[in-house]
Design a protein around this ligand. Structure first.
Ligand SMILES: Cc1ncc(COP(=O)(O)O)c(C=O)c1O
Length: 445
C-alpha cells in the first residue's frame, strides 16, 4: 500500500501526539529502519535526523535487541512489580544502573517513559520532604524552554508555553525561571551568563520561600527547547544554590542519559551530582518503552526508614521485557562505545554545519554537545530578531529537508539534529549537505 493510501487510512481513525490537521499534511508512514536510516511506505529512504524522538541511540534494525525482547517475552512476559513481587531483569538492571550512574545514586524506580519519570520524581521529592517533617516543601522550579513531558504535572513543569493553553489550569506550585540560553540570555555587566542565569534560581527560591520549594528540575542540555547547552559555570553554581536552600536538584536526563552528549550521564561534564536523575528513551534505544528515576542514598534511606507507603505505582513499572532489552542495549552502548561515537560523529556534524552555514545571513547560531545539535535561523543576525511566526520558516525548512531525504524536527525556526550514534561519516556529511540546501532553498543564500 502506498504512503498516500496509508495516510488516508491513518487520518480516518488515528489521533497523534501534537495532533493537528495541518501538521499531518505530507506525513510519512514508516515501514522499516536500518542504522540511522528510515524507509517510508513508498520505499524512499531518509536519514532519521532525530533518531526517532532522540531515543534510537543504537540505531534501527538491531537483531540483538529484538532477540532480547523475544527471549524474555517467551520466558516471563509480565509479572507484577508492585511491592512484594519482582523479576530478574529488573533486579539486574537496577544493579547495573547503580554501577553506571552518579556515585550517590543507587536506587531505581522504573516507568514507561519520560513523562512518568517526571511525575515520579516530583512525587518522590514531595514524599521525601514530608517524610523529613517538612511538608510545606512542595513547589517545583523549572526553566522556560525546558521540556519535561505532557502529563498534567509534567506539563506544568514544561516551560514551553505552547503546551499549556488547551489544558489550563496548570497544576499550582510550578514556577519557571529563564533558561541560561547562551545565544540569547542577557547577563548584567560584569557577571558571567552562567552565574547570572543560575542566580535566577537563587532569586526564585528566595521569592517563593525556601521552606516551600521541593526541587529544581532541569535538563543538563535542553533538548526540545532547541538544544540549549549551558555555560560551564552554570550547573556547579546551581548545585551550590540547591544545597544552600535545601532544594533537591533533579536532572531530567530523558534525552541526555546513556551517551548522547559524550558521557553516560551529562552532569558529569561539570562534575555535578543530582539528587534525582530521570531517564527514558535511549535506555532501550526505543525498542520498547522504558524509563525511570534514580534517587540518592539520602532519599532512599529516608524512604526505607519510614513505615509510610510511597503510594505511587504503574502496572508496567519494571516490565521484564523492557528491562531485558535495556540490559542488552546497555551492553551495546558499552561494547560499541556509543558515547565516544556521539563525540566523534557530533564533532563531524557540528564542524560540517559550521563549515557550510556559519556565514549564512540567516543562520544566527549553530550549537551542540556530543550528538545533539541545532541550527537557529533568524531574520536578522545583528539583532537576533526572529522571523514572524506566520512565515513558517522552520516548518518550511523541515519540509524542504524531508523532500531531500532528511527527516527531523524543528522548534520554531531552530532545526534539531540528534541522529543515531551509529550514523556513518558519509551520512553525517549528507545531513549537512541536505540541511544547507534546504535552508538556502527557503531563506536564500
Ligand atoms: C527531557 C525530557 N523529559 C521528558 C520527556 C517526556 O518523555 P515522554 O514523551 O516519554 O513522556 C521528554 C520527551 O522528549 C524529554 O525530552
Amino acid at each position: 500500500m502506498s504512503n498516500a493510501e496509508l495516510v488516508a487510512r491513518d487520518t480516518a481513525h488515528l489521533i497523534h501526539p501534537l495532533h493537528s490537521t495541518a501538521g499531518h499534511q505530507g506525513a510519512r508512514v514508516w515501514v522499516s529502519g536500518r542504522g540511522a536510516l528510515l524507509t517510508d511506505a513508498d520505499g524512499r529512504e531518509y536519514i532519521d535526523g532525530l533518531a526517532g524522538l532522540w531515543n534510537v541511540l543504537a540505531g534501527h534494525g538491531r537483531r540483538e535487541l529484538a532477540e532480547a525482547a523475544r527471549a524474555q517475552a517467551g520466558t516471563l512476559a509480565y509479572a507484577s512489580g508492585y511491592n512484594g513481587s519482582s523479576n530478574e531483569p529488573a533486579i539486574a538492571l537496577a544493579e547495573q544502573l547503580a554501577a553506571l550512574t552518579y556515585p550517590s545514586i543507587n536506587h531505581f524506580f522504573f516507568t514507561c517513559g519520560g513523562s512518568e519519570s517526571t511525575e515520579s520524581s516530583i512525587k518522590m521529592a514531595r514524599a521525601y520532604w514530608k517524610l523529613r517533617g517538612r511538608p510545606e516543601k512542595t513547589k517545583v522550579i523549572s526553566r522556560i524552554e525546558g521540556y519535561h513531558g505532557v502529563t498534567l504535572a509534567a506539563m506544568s513543569a514544561t516551560g514551553l508555553s505552547a503546551y499549556w493553553p488547551l489544558f489550563e489550569p496548570r497544576v499550582p506550585g510550578f514556577i519557571h525561571i529563564p533558561s541560561p540560553y547562551p545565544y540569547r540570555y542577557e547577563a548584567p555587566d560584569g557577571v558571567s551568563q552562567g552565574v547570572a542565569a543560575a542566580d535566577e534560581l537563587d532569586q526564585a527560591i528566595q521569592r517563593e520561600g525556601a521552606d516551600t520549594v521541593a526541587m529544581f528540575l532541569a535538563e543538563p542540555v535542553q533538548g526540545a527547547g532547541g538544544v540549549i547547552v549551558p555555560q560551564d559555570d552554570y550547573f556547579p553554581r546551581v548545585r551550590e544554590i540547591c544545597d544552600r536552600h535545601d532544594v533537591l536538584l533533579v536532572a531530567d536526563e530523558v534525552i541526555t542519559a546513556f551517551g548522547r552528549t559524550g558521557t553516560l550521564f551529562a552532569l558529569d561534564h561539570w562534575d555535578v551530582e543530582p539528587d534525582i536523575v530521570q531517564f527514558a528513551k535511549a535506555i532501550t534505544s526505543g525498542y520498547v518503552p522504558l524509563g525511570g528515576i534514580g534517587i540518592s542514598d539520602a532519599i532512599a534511606s529516608t524512604l526505607d526508614d519510614d513505615d509510610r507507603v510511597w503510594m505511587h505505582a504503574y502496572t508496567y513499572s519494571a516490565h521484564p521485557v523492557g528491562c531485558a532489552v535495556a540490559l542488552r542495549n546497555l551492553r551495546i552502548i558499552e561494547d560499541e562505545d556509543l558515547p565516544g561515537r556521539c563525540v566523534t560523529q557530533g564533532d563531524r556534524l557540528l564542524a560540517g554545519l559550521r563549515g557550510t552555514l556559519a556565514d549564512h545571513p540567516h543562520v544566527g547560531d549553530i550549537r551542540g554537545k556530543g550528538l545533539m545539535c541545532a541550527v537557529e535561523l533568524v531574520a536578522d543576525r545583528a539583532t537576533k530578531a526572529r522571523f514572524p511566526a506566520a512565515d513558517q520558516v522552520g516548518p518550511r525548512v523541515h519540509a524542504a529537508a524531508s523532500e531531500r531525504g532528511l527527516f527531523s524536527r524543528v522548534k520554531a525556526d531552530t532545526y534539531l539534529l540528534a541522529p543515531a550514534a551509529v550514523i556513518t561519516d558519509e551520512q553525517v556529511d549528507r545531513t549537512v549537505e541536505i540541511l544547507g540546501d534546504a535552508i538556502r532553498a527557503v531563506v536564500g543564500s
